[in-house]
Each structure stands twice: as C-alpha cells, then as structure tokens.
Design a protein around this ligand. Sequence first.
Ligand SMILES: NC(=O)c1ccc[n+]([C@@H]2O[C@H](COP(=O)([O-])OP(=O)(O)OC[C@H]3O[C@@H](n4cnc5c(N)ncnc54)[C@H](OP(=O)(O)O)[C@@H]3O)[C@@H](O)[C@H]2O)c1
Length: 326
Amino acid sequence: MRADTADGGMRAAVIHRYGGPEEFRTETVPEPVAGPGQVLIDVTLAGLNYADLHCRTGEYARYPLPAVLGADVVGRRRGDGRRVAALLRSGGGYAQVARAEAAHTVELPDGVADEQALALLEQGATAYGALTLAGRLRPGETVAVTSAAGGVGHLAVQLARELGAGRVLALASTPAKREFARSLGADRVLDPGDPELAERLAAEPGGVDLFVDLVGGRVLRAGLDALAPFGRLLSVGARGGAEESFSVDELADRSAGLLGFWLQHVLADRALFAGVAERLFGLAAERRLVARIDRTVPLSGVAGAHRALAGRETMGKVLVDVRRED
Ligand SMILES: NC(=O)c1ccc[n+]([C@@H]2O[C@H](COP(=O)([O-])OP(=O)(O)OC[C@H]3O[C@@H](n4cnc5c(N)ncnc54)[C@H](OP(=O)(O)O)[C@@H]3O)[C@@H](O)[C@H]2O)c1
C-alpha cells in the first residue's frame, strides 16, 4: 500500500520513548523545515545502521522525543529535483521527507542505483575511511575484517581486495555468512565464536598487518595477539559489554599500533567526504564494489528490521522504502 498524506504532513516511523523495537509507530508528523545550509529531501529509501539500535534504546544519541531515527537516506532534493544521498547526524531518516546538511549531501551519478548509493554512503565510507585514512593499508598486506558479512564488513572485504591487500581474512558467525564473505574475495574465513579463535588467528602465516574490528571484546583481543610486527589493530565499532584494555607494554612488545576510526571526522571535511563518496560511486558504477541488499521493508517494517539486525540475521544493508507501509 502506498502511504499518502492529505494534510501536508508526512508519514514516518516514530518513537515516543526509548526502548525496544515495539516502540516504533507509523504516524503522520509535520515535515521538517530546512534552516541555513540545509536541504530537504523527498526520501525514497532510508537505511538501517547498527547505531540505530543504540539510538532507539537511548544509549547513543538521545534525540528529543518523539523522534524519527535513521542516519542515511536517498531521494530527490527539493528545489532542483536532483537525485541525492545524505547522512543525517541528527536522525530523521525513517520518514518521507528528511532534512540534511547540504555539506553532508552528495549527488548521485546515473550509473549508481539508489539502493547501491544508500548502502555505500555511511557503511562504505566507514569501510573505505577505516582501511585508508586510519588503517593506511598498503598493497600486499594481510587484512582481517570482523562482522565480515555485515553492512560495513562486506564492503570492507571487497575494498581491501580493491586496495591491493595480499590476503583477506573474514570473521563471520554462520556458515552462510562465511560463504558470502568468501564469495566477496576473502581468502580465509573464521568463526568469531570458535573457542580457539585466538589460536587460529595467531597461526596466520606472517601474521595480520591490519585487523579491522567492528565488534570489540574478545575478538579485538584475539586480533591484537594475531598481529604481525608493526601490525595495526583498528577499532571501528563495538557491541557493548566487556571491553578489552591493553597496556602500552603489550603494544610495544609487538611493535603494534592501536587505532580508532570515526566517520564523523570524514564528514567534518566536505572535500574529503565528497572525494570518498566519488571514489565509492566510481567503483560501484564499474561493478567493482557491489553492496548486498539484505531486505527492503516498508515503514511499518522498521521494528522487524531492527529485530533482524540485533538478532544477527542480516547480511549486507537493510533498507526502508518510506513510500510503502503495507
Ligand atoms: N566508527 C564509525 O564511524 C562507524 C560507522 C558506521 C558503523 N560503525 C560500526 O560498525 C559496526 C558495523 O555496523 P553495521 O551497521 O555495518 O552493522 P552490521 O555489521 O550489519 O551489524 C550486524 C552484525 O554485527 C555482528 N555482531 C557481532 N556481535 C553481535 C551481537 N552481540 N549482536 C548483534 N550483532 C553482532 C553480527 O555479525 P556476525 O553474526 O557475523 O558476528 C551481525 O550480523 C557497528 O559496530 C557500528 O557501530 C562505526
């Protein structure tokens, strides 16, 4: 069913309090108003990101309630009708109209479909920025990626190959996810739940030069122990729970580097952000980088999509078609 509004409002998936996925309501709410330096986008698709789960529970960014979550959208820019994608640092994605900073908006080339552009902008820029800006990947190096079938991870596996990694190791929790990671170019796949994960990783000939971690905890620890001399342990994401701490001595003993990455620092630099997006869209147009769309749900399906993401059921990107609410 197509969702239409007669009164000038828009349809959106709204939460009135922080909590579980059951808090989402599909409602008619006023359209946002653009301020200086901002644009309005008639949204076709919104994306889910892992951080949305924490926004929903109030553990991450606490937006004023009632709130519309969602950090990335694709659609048509009001005014010139151009096809654009945008990252929304204040939420507002799961809605028919989104307000975005002009500096966080990019125009889409004809050769890149809406679904691909949306899957690439937040998660692709994270994977690319982590590998290049933070990880400083060099050709021939051995790279490991955790959550390798996820939204960021499956792009990181492909980009590591594209950037000339010598070997790519992929960690994913199910046989289907590991098979998927292999199909993307991973040379070796591992199960992060394997009690012998640390030993298996440490047995990698020559060690791991760059360990890109999206999980934290014991997997991060196993990554440190698997590093080659002068290797880098790069923290990009964490699931919460027990976190590992390392002493400076442990790093020095391995000649290891401990790094972090936050996409915000790419977004804060318009030229850098635009350049990263252009590179990603260029690779997508040539089909050298292909985002997997796990599912596309209607507005009323946001709660179920959150459950699926939290339940580790998804591979690739989860989308919301905000024009539908059947
Ligand atoms: N630093 C940044 O700027 C930045 C930007 C974007 C995203 N991130 C981070 O990157 C990570 C990946 O984000 P994403 O949006 O692409 O999500 P995602 O990887 O698609 O998220 C789902 C995957 O996380 C893995 N996972 C591991 N432990 C889990 C647990 N206890 N519960 C649920 N899932 C678990 C699962 O893979 P397995 O089943 O294979 O373990 C699951 O399929 C997140 O930590 C996110 O916060 C960071």
